[in-house]
Design a protein around this ligand. Structure first.
Ligand code: HEC
Ligand code: HEC
Ligand code: HEC
Ligand code: HEC
Length: 486
C-alpha cells in the first residue's frame, strides 16, 4: 500500500503542471452524502462545494470530474433530519455538480433510497449522467412525469473540450501550444449487490420496484469488450466496500483505475499490479486526481485535501445562500419529528431555573453554550434543522425548541439539554417535598456520554470530558428553596 500523498495546491511542482498539460486530469470526489459545506464547529474546515470549485478552477490542464455516488444520506439521517431537507440538498448538490462540470454520478444505494421519481427529477438527460453498469430499470413507471435514464457506460474525452465560462472545466491549453491529444476515458460503474440485497444492513424497502441488479461479474465483461476500442483508459467506478473493489481490480485487469466509493472515511491509494485502486474518502473532503501523461502512456494518482487555504467560490456561496433561504421559506424547523417526553414532564427553559440556582445560571450565561444559537444566527444557519438540533434545547422533543420567537428560553445549549426537562423538578422543589425530590433519584444526573451526543468526532474532535468540563464547571452553590431566606 502506498501512503497517500497529501498534495498541497501551492506546492504543486510547475514541472508536473507543465508536463500534464499535454495529457489530462481526472478528478474523483467521494460519496457526497449531502455534505455541502463544513459546519464550522471545529477546525480544520475541510471540503465543501465552495472549496472544490475553487480547486477545479485553479487547474491549468484539461480535466474531467466525476462523483462517486450517494448524493444524500448516511449520518445526515440523524436527529434533526427532515426528508424534505434531503431533497433540497440533493437539488443544491446537482446544481453545484453542473456548475462544476462533473460529467458522471455513479449510482449509490442511498441514491436509490430517494426513489426513482426523485432521481429522475434530479438527473434529467443532460450534463451530469447517472451511471450504472449493473443496475437496470425494467418496465415503465406509469404516472411518473420524468423519465429516468441510467447509462451502462460513458466515454468522455479530455484534452480538447471547448473552454466553458462558468465551470472553468476542460480549459484547452494555451493558444499557440500544440493542441493536446484527446484522451478517451471509458467509464463503467457498479453498485455492489451486497449493499442492496437481503444481507444488506437495512433490509426493508431498499429495492425500489422495477429495479434489477446484476452481479458485476456478469454485467461487466460484455461492456468491457464493447469499450475496448472506444477508450484509451478504462475506469471502474465501484460503489462497493473497498475489499470488493480490490477483488474487481484483480478479476478485471483491463481497468487502469478502480475508484472505490463506499464507506471509507479517509483517502486510500493502492497500486495493485497495473491498476490503481483508490478511494477519496467520504463527503468530498478530499479529491483523488489521476494525471495522465500521454508521452509516457501512463499516469499517477494523488490525493488532494480541500482545506482552509482554498477560498470559497462565489457561485457556490450563492447556491448555499439559496439553499438556506429555501429551508427558511419551507419552515423546515417546524417539520422536524418530535418525540414525546416520558411522564408528565416538559421543558421550561433556562430562565426558569435562575431564581433557585442564581450562581449556576449566571455562570452558564457566560459560557458559549448559552450563546450557541447566536452562533448560528451569525453564521446564517439558524433555520437549518441539521445545525439547530445541537445548538438548542430539545429540538426533537415535544415542548422543545421551536423558534426564537416561540421559545426564546430554549435557545443555546441550555440547562435542560444536560439535565433533562425540568417542569417536575421545579414543581417538586419545595421544602415540604424535599424528600420526594430525592426520591426522584436525583434530578438531572449528567453522564459524560451525553456530551458526546454533540461533541462527537466530527463536530468536536478534541473533546475529552475532563478538560472540557473543567472549562464550564458550575460554581458551587446551595440551591434555594422557595420561601427560604437567603
Ligand atoms: C446539545 C449539544 C451539546 C451538548 C449535549 C453538550 N455540548 Fe458543549 N457545546 C455545544 C455547542 C453547540 C458548543 C459551541 C457553542 C458556540 O460556540 O456557539 C459547545 C461548546 C462547549 C465548550 C466550549 C465552551 C466555552 O465557553 O468555551 C465546552 C467546554 C463544552 N461545550 C463542554 C461540554 C460538556 C463538558 C458537555 C457535557 C457535560 C457538553 N459540552 C454537552 C453543544 C453541546
Ligand atoms: C452533532 C452536534 C452538532 C451539529 C449537528 C452542529 N454543531 Fe456546531 N457545534 C457543535 C459543538 C459540540 C461545538 C463546539 C465544538 C468544540 O468547541 O469542540 C460546535 C461549535 C460550532 C461553532 C462555533 C465554532 C467556534 O469556533 O466557536 C459554529 C460556528 C457552529 N458550531 C456552526 C454549526 C453549523 C453551521 C451547523 C450546521 C451545518 C452545526 N454547527 C451543526 C455541535 C454541533
Ligand atoms: C453542558 C451540560 C450542562 C449544562 C448546560 C448545565 N449543566 Fe448543570 N451540571 C452539569 C454537570 C456535568 C453537573 C455535575 C455532574 C453531575 O451531574 O453529577 C451539573 C451539576 C448541576 C447541579 C448540581 C450542583 C452540584 O454542584 O452538584 C445543578 C444544581 C445544576 N447543574 C444546575 C444547572 C443549571 C441551573 C443550568 C443552567 C443555568 C445548568 N446546570 C446547565 C452539566 C450541565
Ligand atoms: C423552585 C426552585 C428551583 C427551581 C426553579 C429549580 N431548581 Fe433545581 N433544585 C432546587 C433545589 C431546592 C435543589 C436541591 C434539592 C436537593 O438537594 O435535594 C435542586 C437541585 C437541582 C439539581 C441537583 C439534583 C441533585 O440530585 O443533586 C439539579 C441538576 C437542578 N436542580 C437543576 C435545575 C434545573 C436545570 C432547573 C431549571 C429547569 C432547576 N433546577 C430549577 C430548586 C430549584
Amino acid at each position: 500500500m502506498i501512503p497517500c500523498t497529501l498534495l498541497l495546491l501551492a506546492l504543486l511542482p510547475a514541472s508536473l503542471q507543465a508536463q500534464s498539460a499535454l495529457g489530462g486530469c481526472l478528478l474523483f470526489s467521494g460519496e457526497e452524502r449531502g455534505y455541502l459545506e463544513p459546519c464550522g464547529c471545529a477546525k480544520p474546515l475541510l471540503g465543501g462545494i465552495a472549496k472544490r470549485h475553487t480547486f477545479l478552477k485553479s487547474l491549468s490542464e484539461p480535466w474531467l470530474s466525476v462523483s462517486l455516488g450517494d448524493l444524500v444520506g448516511g449520518d445526515t439521517l440523524a436527529a434533526g433530519h427532515v426528508r424534505r431537507q434531503d431533497e433540497l440538498k440533493a437539488e443544491t448538490l446537482i446544481q453545484a455538480l453542473k456548475i462544476m462540470d462533473h460529467s458522471i454520478h455513479n449510482l449509490g444505494e442511498m441514491d436509490l433510497d430517494m426513489g426513482l421519481e426523485v432521481l429522475a427529477y434530479l438527473f434529467p438527460p443532460g450534463p451530469v449522467t447517472l451511471l450504472s453498469s449493473n443496475i437496470r430499470l425494467s418496465g415503465s413507471h406509469p404516472g411518473t412525469p420524468y423519465t429516468l435514464e441510467i447509462v451502462p457506460y460513458k466515454v468522455c474525452e479530455v484534452g480538447a473540450r471547448p473552454v466553458q465560462d462558468s465551470g472553468g472545466g476542460g480549459a484547452t491549453p494555451d493558444k499557440g501550444a500544440r493542441p493536446a491529444p484527446t484522451l478517451r476515458i471509458g467509464f463503467l460503474g457498479i453498485l455492489s449487490p451486497t449493499l442492496l440485497g437481503p444481507s444488506s444492513v437495512a433490509e426493508k424497502g431498499r429495492m425500489p420496484p422495477g429495479v434489477e441488479i446484476i452481479p458485476p461479474a456478469e454485467a461487466l465483461p460484455p461492456l468491457i469488450r464493447e469499450l475496448k476500442d472506444k477508450a484509451d483508459v478504462l475506469v471502474l467506478l465501484s460503489h462497493a466496500p473497498l475489499e470488493e473493489s480490490l477483488e474487481l481490480a484483480s478479476d478485471f485487469p483491463e481497468f487502469h483505475l478502480v475508484a472505490s466509493g463506499h464507506g471509507v472515511e479517509h483517502p486510500i491509494v493502492i497500486k495493485k499490479d497495473n491498476t490503481w485502486v483508490f478511494t477519496p474518502g467520504i463527503k468530498g473532503k478530499h479529491l483523488v486526481l489521476y494525471r495522465y501523461n500521454p508521452d509516457k502512456g501512463s499516469g499517477v494518482v494523488e490525493t488532494v485535501t480541500l482545506d482552509e487555504r482554498l477560498e470559497d467560490s462565489a457561485p457556490m456561496l450563492s447556491l448555499l445562500d439559496n439553499y438556506q433561504e429555501r429551508l427558511k421559506e419551507e419552515k423546515l424547523l417546524s417539520r422536524v419529528e418530535r418525540f414525546p417526553l416520558p411522564g408528565q414532564t416538559s421543558y421550561v427553559g433556562s430562565r426558569a431555573c435562575s431564581p433557585c440556582h442564581p450562581a449556576v445560571s449566571q455562570h452558564w450565561g457566560s459560557t458559549l453554550h448559552a450563546a450557541a444559537y447566536e452562533t448560528l444566527l451569525k453564521a446564517g444557519r439558524a433555520s437549518d434543522p441539521e445545525c439547530v438540533t445541537c445548538h438548542v434545547v430539545g429540538l426533537n422533543y415535544a415542548s422543545g425548541f421551536q423558534s426564537q420567537d416561540i421559545s426564546p428560553d430554549l435557545t443555546g445549549v441550555g440547562c435542560e439539554t444536560c439535565h433533562g426537562p425540568g417542569s417536575l423538578h421545579i414543581a417538586n422543589a419545595r421544602r415540604d417535598r424535599a424528600k420526594d425530590l430525592s426520591l426522584q433519584g436525583g434530578y438531572g444526573k449528567v453522564s459524560p456520554e451525553l456530551c458526546k451526543g454533540c461533541h462527537d468526532p466530527e463536530h468536536s474532535p478534541t473533546f475529552q470530558f475532563g478538560p472540557y468540563w473543567e472549562k464550564i464547571r458550575h460554581p458551587v452553590e446551595t440551591p434555594v428553596y422557595p420561601g427560604d431566606s437567603r
